[in-house]
Design a binder for this molecule. Structure first.
Ligand code: ADP
Length: 434
């Protein structure tokens, strides 16, 4: 079955967020880590989200990566390509959104590309081409002080035009409110006038459906998860995608090996989740200092501890600690050295757990998850039902060996019983029965 929607995402967490949105809309979605090898065996899906790490790399490198992803997606028959960017349009004037959109426009043969980072439900709205974050324009929001991509101009037409080879038009809210035909007519008129892309206003959630329906008829669009939601609804409504309930996917069927949790997030939510888990499963607290000064011994000791217990139920291994302890460690070894050493340590533990037979793995922490996924060389996931808002159940696809069930949770996501909940959705009951 050919693919319907191909997504090129400029970072990992944005890719997962979008994959989760598509799945909730009933679109069977695969997420790949980087561009898959040409011969990677993957199951059928209606959408594939290729997760790149291209947001903050030089524009020519981002273009090369996006074109490689496009070649793979179009080779699988994708009839629409969404270039997924951040909902705050993170990029500098030398940034990637314009150059990648231009390159994909030429590749796909699109006359004009609708562009909108709007997602009203999450406080991102666009009016007269200006992006608002909550109640303030982008350039007055905390994004003005972003360490990598400070956003000092809310007028996305200007931002995009500074990065693009072509001229940028506007589809104003009044046109969006007039419906799909009006948006299409406006895009056609802008294309005739020589515009190569157009910022599309969206203030209400229903605007996304109108924009999605207009965009789905074109080869290419650029936007955030909100546009993904609009596209998903349009593709389901016009029958190009058969809506599938993610509860029916049977993701966990046939995967029943040992289970474990690895935590590297030091967020308040994760610390509470670990404390709650202590009542229901064995918990091993790593020595953060040990992971920096003698990592191999610390990792091996934790793995030996886990191997002795895995047969009896899930175990939890955590580097996570309080803000005071984190600050003390960073003071001693430097922020970046401490963070990297601990990410390497937790990734080695994830790898060791899988080598010890673990088939169901929950990882807490955005960077912690990314490091473990890279270390385990996982090429792709099938995205399943939500465990907690923004955190779907995943099944690995395309890697050597038996598939794994994964939950990758960043920072503050999930309620206090998140770990038990995730494990239960993987078919594991913690011995304490929380
Ligand atoms: P979150 O999603 O909560 O931001 P991340 O995994 O992205 O979690 O980031 C947490 C960072 O903290 C990682 O770099 C991790 O290696 C580091 N870390 C984990 N435990 C400790 C600790 N005890 N001391 C210092 N840093 C730590």
């Amino acid at each position: 079955m050919p693919l319907t929607l191909g997504v090129i995402a400029d970072d990992y967490t944005g890719a997962s967020d979008l994959a989760n949105t598509l799945t909730k809309e009933g679109v069977r979605t695969l997420q790949t880590i980087g561009v898959p090898a040409a011969d990677l065996p993957l199951p059928d899906a209606d959408a594939v989200v290729v997760a790149l790490k291209s947001r903050s790399v030089p524009a020519d490198a981002a273009v090369r990566m996006a074109l490689e992803a496009w070649r793979w997606l179009s080779g699988r028959g994708a009839s629409h390509i969404l270039f997924k960017v951040c909902s705050t349009f993170d990029s500098t004037d030398a940034g990637n959104i314009g150059p990648v959109t231009d390159a994909l426009r030429l590749a796909t043969g699109a006359a004009i590309v609708p562009v909108t980072p709007a997602f009203p439900e999450t406080g991102r709205t666009v009016f007269m081409g200006h992006l608002f974050v909550g109640t303030v324009p982008l350039h007055e929001s905390p994004l003005k002080d972003h360490p990598l991509n400070p956003m000092t101009d809310s007028d996305l037409r200007r931002v995009l035009e500074r990065q693009s080879a072509g001229r940028v038009g506007l589809v104003p809210l009044a046109t969006v409110a007039a419906g799909v035909a009006a948006v299409r007519a406006r895009l056609d008129a802008l294309a005739l006038d020589g515009r190569t892309s157009a910022i599309v206003d969206a203030v209400f959630d229903q605007d996304l459906e109108t924009i999605g329906a207009a965009a789905a008829a074109l080869p290419l669009s650029t936007g955030a998860s909100g546009l993904g939601l609009g596209l998903a609804r349009a593709l389901v409504a016009d029958g190009r995608v058969l809506r599938q309930s993610c509860g029916d996917m049977g993701l966990a069927a046939g995967i029943d090996g040992p289970a474990a949790v690895v935590a590297g997030s030091c967020s308040a939510a994760t610390l509470e989740q670990i404390a709650v888990a202590e009542g229901t499963m064995p918990v091993r607290r790593l020595s953060a200092e040990g992971l920096v000064t003698h990592p191999e011994a610390e990792v091996e000791a934790a793995l030996a501890w886990a191997r002795a217990r895995l047969a009896y139920g899930p175990v939890l291994i955590a580097a996570s600690d309080t803000p005071q302890s984190v600050a003390a460690l960073q003071e001693r070894f430097g922020r970046s050295r401490a963070g990297l050493a601990i990410e390497h340590g937790t990734a080695a533990i994830s790898q060791g757990l899988v080598a010890a037979g673990v088939r169901r793995l929950v990882i807490a922490g955005g960077e912690t998850s990314g490091a473990s996924v890279d270390r385990l060389r996982l090429p792709a996931f099938l995205v399943g039902p939500e465990i907690a808002p923004g955190v779907p159940l995943l099944r690995t696809e395309g890697q050597a060996g038996a598939p794994l069930l994964l939950a990758l949770k960043s920072g503050n996501f999930g309620g206090p019983d998140f770990f038990a909940r995730a494990l239960r959705m993987m078919g594991v009951e913690p011995p304490g029965g929380a």
